[in-house]
Design a protein around this ligand. Structure first.
Ligand code: FES
Length: 628
């Protein structure tokens, strides 16, 4: 990228460039800014001429259009309160870009909010990743600031940004402020769930639950605990892509957040001028190992495991070098340090005030790969050397030291066994009854969400507090988008006896803001006709030993094989003339539209639930190729 230190030289370069645009005897050689990625009309000069015609309708001059163009992804939506500050952030980014000599141009992509996406936001994450990748590729931008925040938006942008491979700077919308109920601080969404559980158990009446509803999200911004959104923000900082002071943690409604946005604009231009560094060059295996260390140290959302695997598998040099075992191995060396809900007691604003990611990365320094590069051009080690942080008493209450952790190690664990040969994930640090981390009991099985809704609160349900609740058919294909239904509610009759936690197992996900002893992401999912999880029956014995990382179905192999064969026969028979509803797994090949694409191409949770054809390796055996 050519740069000019003097305004006069800049003008003369721009004039030369403009003259060349109309020199039909010479090809258009510049591949930057407005001259990059020309639309195909068979005449490049005409394509550029036409492009200028249209963009001038917006009032731009030839001179302005000769600057490096910094795209800004606008994910504002009136259905996305987590992104309510995006218009102000865009203004601030533009200020930073202009002050650094770039031309800011914002453009939209889809925006996804958890509560306004049916069937789930996860179902749309890959669509947003495709939208992000293709719009970055298609439009004449030299670098891009990607504004995201709500759970699936940041991973979608990381996935799309890595695949598009132009210089990208993530910008997080920031967490909301906590609210207050009778003098007690509350915030979405850990407290949403705990108050709802109290309401279900009859401990909170209807008037109180209605007033709580007013306070749980008192400002715009992402959920104010260590849910998926906050986790993804911290991971992005761990990757070296955010400002350490506030990039992940400054509140959405704070002036600090606006300054972070202005700096993001400056950073985008600086990256371009410095070395035009692209994400596939900037991010290395060490960057992702650091991100996993951060994930474990913050007791992050289990959803982030899926998103990280999807992001890693977008990177041609890193894909295949990190798997679920790597996440577990790093967990064994990494204590939980950050005291935030749902693993701890506090809110994101407390984390920010305690020093946020700057303080955490200084604390984690002995566990990090300090040679990983950051968007500043410095390695992580150099950046930390140049950005000191002095710990103080309040800081140490929220961000513990390595020798005084909140939980000694492995806040997130990966389990294996015959029921989950490709893995399952649990946030052990969020268990409310640690005895359940080593537990065996009989399965109480729900075949799908509708079955669960029908029977979970029945007084006749054959269940005790030692039972293991099993919910099937909420995996990537079984219930498209793998809903956050893994937090199976405690059956009402047990809740009324004071039971607050049970061992629960599913092939679905759980909100990062939720807690309990819950095993998720069973892979392969139950909808897969080969899945052992798919043939678990009520009354079967299941053993969970978190220390040994084992989850197994105590049914002999012959009986397992018999059940799998019988299930396949039943399912295949149902696609014939029996008139019965065929299983989801078999039905997916005949579906139209995005749902058909999703069900045919989505890979399993341990790979990230990406579409096989979007991964760095290209199409991989997924549900589109039955493993016969
Ligand atoms: Fe957007 Fe929680 S709903 S971050």
């Amino acid at each position: 990228m050519a740069t000019d230190s003097s305004h006069t030289n800049g003008d003369s370069n721009a004039n030369n460039q403009i003259a060349q645009d109309y020199d039909l005897s010479q090809p258009i050689t510049s591949k930057s800014g407005l001259r990059s990625g020309l639309t195909s009309y068979g005449d490049a000069h005409f394509s550029l001429f036409l492009r200028k015609v249209f963009i001038k309708a917006l009032g731009y001059s030839d001179s302005a259009l000769s600057s490096p163009i910094i795209g800004i992804i606008n994910t504002y939506s009136s259905f996305n309160p987590c992104h309510s500050n995006v218009p102000q952030l865009i203004d601030s980014v533009k200020r930073g870009v202009l002050a650094s000599g770039g031309l800011p141009v914002d453009f939209p992509t889809i925006s996804i909010h958890e509560s306004f996406s049916s069937p789930t936001s996860m179902y749309l994450r890959n669509l947003m990743a495709m939208d992000t990748e293709e719009m970055i590729r298609a439009q004449p931008v030299d670098a891009v600031v990607m504004i995201g925040g709500c759970d699936k938006t940041v991973p979608a942008q990381l996935m799309g940004g890595i695949s598009a491979n132009k210089p990208v700077v993530p910008l997080i919308t920031g967490p909301m402020m906590p609210g207050s109920v009778e003098g007690v601080r509350v915030g979405a969404c850990t407290d949403c769930r705990s108050y709802w559980a109290k309401f279900r158990a009859g401990d909170v009446d209807v008037e109180d639950i209605m007033s709580v509803n007013e306070e749980l999200a008192p400002t715009g911004g992402t959920c104010g605990v260590m849910g998926t959104a906050s986790t993804m923000a911290c991971i992005t900082a761990g990757l070296g892509l955010l400002e350490l002071r506030g990039g992940a943690t400054a509140a959405a409604v704070s002036s600090a957040r606006l300054r972070v946005a202005e700096q993001a604009g400056r950073n985008a231009v600086a990256m371009l001028k410095r070395d035009n560094v692209k994400p596939q060059d900037l991010l290395t295996r060490e960057s992702f190992l650091n991100a996993i260390t951060v994930l474990q140290a913050i007791g992050g959302s289990t959803n982030a495991v899926v998103h990280l695997m999807a992001t890693i598998n977008r990177h041609p040099q890193v894909a295949g070098t990190i798997d679920l075992k790597t996440i577990d191995e790093i967990g064994r060396k990494t204590p939980l340090l950050v005291d935030l809900k749902p693993s701890g007691d506090n809110y994101m604003t407390d984390f920010h005030n305690a020093g946020g990611m700057l303080a955490l990365l200084h604390t984690l320094r002995p566990l990090l790969h300090l040679n990983a590069r950051t968007l500043t051009g410095q390695t992580l080690g150099e950046l930390l050397d140049n950005t000191p942080f002095k710990s103080f008493a309040h800081s140490r209450q929220i961000i513990r030291s390595l020798d005084d952790p909140l939980y000694p190690q492995s806040s997130l664990v990966v389990l294996n066994g015959n029921i989950c040969p490709d893995g399952a994930v649990m946030k052990a640090s969020a268990s409310k009854n640690r005895k359940l981390l080593h537990h065996q009991g009989t399965a109480c099985v729900f075949e799908n969400s509708a079955d669960m809704a029908k029977r979970i609160d029945s007084p006749d349900l054959d269940v005790t507090e030692n039972s293991i609740l099993v919910l099937k058919s909420i995996g990537p294909v079984g219930n498209p988008g793998m809903p956050e239904a893994g937090l199976i509610p405690i059956p009402q009759k047990l809740g009324r006896q004071g039971v607050t936690d049970m061992l629960r197992i599913s092939d679905g996900r759980m909100s990062g803001t939720a807690g309990g002893t819950i095993i998720l992401h069973i892979s392969p999912e139950s909808a897969d006709l080969e899945s052992v999880f798919g043939i678990v029956q009520t009354g079967d014995k299941i053993v969970c030993d978190v220390e040994k990382r084992v989850l197994s179905l105590e049914v002999d192999q012959q009986e397992i094989s018999r059940r799998v064969a019988a299930r396949k026969e039943r399912a295949q028979g149902s696609t014939g003339n029996s008139g019965a509803q065929p299983e989801q797994w078999l039905e997916r090949n005949g579906r139209r539209g995005y749902r058909g694409l999703y069900e045919r191409e989505v890979n399993q949770a341990h790979l990230g639930c990406d579409f096989g054809f979007l991964t760095a390796q290209g199409p991989t055996p997924g549900p589109s190729e039955d493993r016969q």
